[in-house]
Design a protein around this ligand. Structure first.
Ligand SMILES: Cc1cc2nc3c(=O)[nH]c(=O)nc-3n(C[C@H](O)[C@H](O)[C@H](O)COP(=O)(O)OP(=O)(O)OC[C@H]3O[C@@H](n4cnc5c(N)ncnc54)[C@H](O)[C@@H]3O)c2cc1C
Length: 571
């Protein structure tokens, strides 16, 4: 019980308990004095509701006297996350982003608070290093606490054998959104809920949004809209820079662009992180000697971009670039469009798929394109197949060997030496439950709703083997995500974007290219439109290279915009 004697204190459970001081620090007199000029004082009346889950654009409340309760609302009665007293402050990551909150905020006892709006909060985070660090650390830990507490009013009702359930799990997890997962194959509560809501099995998975709306097998766009994950589109506002894709390259462009004063909007079709987000452990990225998961790297980059004021729209695909418009316009799936004076294309690549006629049926129901903890849970203790001979395949095999009984690694070529880093080859050799099969390809898949059997064939003998394997991880390379650009730009024969010296002069259409100069190194055949990372022809397909290109292109964006970094708008 808490001091108030009401309900348990959710956020202090588990391994976050030791970080309570960082999660809920108390501001000292000097820090409170520094904050005064950024906010307005307002009275707190006991019982007053300051925010409900779903409310957007909330300010931060710094308690001067009295108290504020933060409550998590879920299937169970509301639970107090924390009670802020004098020196405490409300807020978590959604406050900084100006998107929907996931908690209820209520005044506990009467008093006074300093109310600081989103813009001023961002200015403090960017300009006051002590308070900025203190707020950011607290906000991140609070979000982690909310996720771990598993007491959200957002419920995903599904089955661990369904592709769409996996899609929605990945979407919510990679967006660090707190939700409760109920599996109809394992949870009694799930079956009860299914009955209560009169849901047919064919209507699953269902996302129950804010305890009210039941979305049946929704698209990620629908989930994002229902949960208020994005700010409303303002199609009149002309941004300095629109970045397409929130993989490592796009996030780096957003961090550098926003930190140098540009008004940056990032559009992401799925969830931030790109391919790197589906990597269980990246070990060759500078500065992380023990490795870092793609998800953790993406989450940090996302916070960093938001700290500097970049707006990130998740589940928001760029559908078409209107290349004849000035400023450029990008059409969104909703029918609205956004405008930017410069564009950075960082849309990366999409995984190659198996050329078997029934392969598409098993996507997410036995065939996976990433190996993270979410997928590993699905095949714990089972035999799995990893297809591919590159570093991503090697990482997946080593990672899955930790939880699966046997990892069959199928490689079309004669060995790994030409395609994989030596440290990974050694690790594969040293892992007894990884069985490497060279000159081998999958030739048939079988199953009804889910994958049940896999057949592979080895050349030149033509010997085939069929095993009752239910999980295949495809790590076989990728194609550039450029079809949406539909003839706007010069591409190479494989549809990667040509930039700088690679752009043939005859591709510079005088109606569109009217500057009298050659494209800058990252600039495409359209002035002010840049391409970075894996989608760019000739780039090195690595996280560090993508981050480097995303960062470096901002200097060229400034040059084209003719802008100098401008100060933040808050006093
Ligand atoms: C499993 C795996 C493991 C890997 N491990 C390593 C490693 O250990 N070390 C290493 O250096 N590299 C590794 N890589 C490679 C590395 O992840 C990539 O080189 C890097 O992610 C490229 O970054 P990017 O931002 O250019 O593109 P991507 O990561 O492909 O990101 C592009 C983003 O754009 C989005 N997008 C696409 N089209 C649109 C659109 N129309 N509208 C809006 N958004 C769009 C995508 O959803 C995606 O999020 C790995 C790759 C994989 C798949």
């Amino acid at each position: 019980m808490t001091d108030s004697g009401k309900t348990p204190d959710l956020a202090f459970q588990g391994n976050l308990a030791s970080r309570r001081d960082q999660m809920f620090p108390l501001l000292n007199a000097a820090q409170l004095a520094r904050l005064q000029r950024y906010g307005q004082r307002r009275a707190l009346r006991a019982g007053e509701i300051l925010a409900e889950p779903g409310d957007r654009g909330l300010p931060m409340w710094v308690v001067l006297s009295g108290s504020i309760e933060v409550l998590q609302v879920g299937m169970a009665p509301e639970a107090i996350v924390v009670t802020h007293t004098a020196g405490g402050f409300s807020g978590e990551m959604s406050t900084l982003r100006g998107i929907s909150t996931v908690v209820r905020v209520r005044v506990g006892s009467e008093g006074e608070a300093l109310q600081i709006d989103e813009n001023c909060l961002r200015t403090i985070v960017q300009t006051d290093s002590e308070l900025g660090e203190l707020f950011l650390r607290a906000f991140i830990l609070r979000r982690v606490g909310l996720i771990q507490a598993q007491a959200s009013d957002v419920i995903l009702l599904g089955s661990s054998h369904s592709a769409d359930t996996l899609r929605l799990q990945q979407f919510l997890t990679r967006n660090t959104y707190p939700y409760v997962y109920l599996d109809i194959r394992e949870d009694v509560a799930a079956c009860e809920l299914q009955e209560r809501l009169k849901l047919k099995a064919s209507e699953l998975p269902v996302v129950i949004c804010r305890g009210v709306v039941a979305l049946k097998n929704p698209s990620t766009e629908e989930v994002a809209a229902c949960l208020g994950m994005n700010q409303p589109v303002n199609d009149q506002r002309v941004r300095d820079l629109i970045v397409v894709g929130a993989g490592p390259a796009g996030l780096a462009a957003a961090v550098y662009g926003a930190s140098e004063g540009l008004d940056v909007l990032v559009l992401e079709i799925g969830t931030p992180g790109g391919q790197a987000g589906s990597s269980s452990k990246i070990e060759n990225y500078l500065g992380f000697p023990t490795g870092i998961s793609g998800l953790a790297l993406a989450a940090r980059a996302l916070v960093q971009a938001q700290k500097f004021g970049a707006e990130i729209r998740t589940a928001s695909p760029a559908m078409r670039l209107r290349c004849e418009d000035r400023p450029y316009a990008i059409e969104l799936a909703s029918g609205a469009s956004v405008q930017g004076r410069c564009i950075v294309l960082a849309s990366g690549v999409e995984y190659r798929q198996l050329k078997l006629e029934n392969a598409a049926r098993f996507h997410g129901a036995g065939i996976y394109y990433g190996a993270t903890a979410t997928e590993a849970k699905r095949c714990r203790g089972d035999e799995v197949v990893v297809v591919g001979g590159g570093n991503s395949a090697g990482q997946a095999a080593v990672f899955l060997a930790g939880t699966s009984s046997v990892v069959h690694m199928l490689v079309r070529s004669q060995g790994l030496a030409d395609t994989m880093s030596r440290y990974l080859i050694r690790r594969i050799q040293d892992t007894p439950n990884i069985k490497l099969r060279v000159n081998t390809q999958i030739t048939s898949l079988a199953g009804t709703d889910e994958l049940e059997r896999v057949t592979w064939t080895t050349s030149p003998s033509g010997a085939s083997e069929t095993l009752p394997i239910r999980h295949v991880f495809l790590m076989t390379g990728a194609l550039p995500s450029t079809p949406w650009l539909s003839g706007c730009l010069a591409l190479n024969e494989k549809s990667f974007i040509l930039t700088g010296p690679e752009v043939p002069t005859q591709n510079l259409d005088p109606k569109l290219w009217n500057t009298g100069r050659r494209p800058e190194f990252f600039e495409t055949s359209l002035p002010g439109v840049f391409a970075v990372g894996d989608v760019r022809c000739g780039s090195v397909k690595r996280v560090a290279a993508a981050v480097g290109e995303g960062s470096a292109c901002i200097q060229q964006v400034h040059m084209v915009l003719g802008l100098q970094p401008s100060p933040a708008p808050c006093p």
